[in-house]
Structures are given as structure tokens and as C-alpha cells.
Design a protein. Structure first.
Length: 75
């Protein structure tokens, strides 16, 4: 899938403004459909606390100081 160029431009501006040249962790946290289909599988992050703890571990492991998480589903 390829989005319109303006989508990439807005994303690049956000990254440059928010993180500059620093590495960062970006998370697309799917909830509703993803959780329903995979709730019995191990390793699926079920709530915000688990997602935040996992993100901190990954950031620490890779020496990343910045992160952003986005989701499409309502709380």
C-alpha cells in the first residue's frame, strides 16, 4: 500500500520536529480486532501497562531515549 505523498511529508515533518536526528521507537498499538483474534496467544500485549513496560525494555535494550505510540481504536 502506498499513501499520498502528503502523508509521508507530514510524518517526516513530525519526526524531524519531535525527534530531530535522534533514534526513536514508534509503536502502532492495535487493540480491538487484534486482541480479539489473539487474546489466547502468549506474548500479546493486552493492556497499556504491558505495552509501556515492553516499550521501555526495547528502548533500554537499544539505547533509544525517545518513543511514540499511536492507536486507532477508542479506549
Amino acid at each position: 500500500m502506498r499513501f499520498e505523498q502528503s502523508t509521508y511529508d507530514v510524518a517526516s515533518e513530525f519526526v524531524a520536529r519531535t525527534f530531530g536526528a535522534d533514534p526513536f521507537l514508534a509503536i502502532h498499538w492495535r487493540r480491538t480486532d487484534f486482541l480479539l483474534a489473539r487474546r489466547t496467544q502468549s506474548g500479546v500485549l493486552q493492556d497499556a501497562r504491558q505495552m509501556a513496560a515492553h516499550a521501555r525494555r526495547v528502548m533500554q535494550e537499544h539505547g533509544v531515549r525517545h518513543g511514540t505510540a499511536r492507536r486507532l481504536a477508542p479506549p
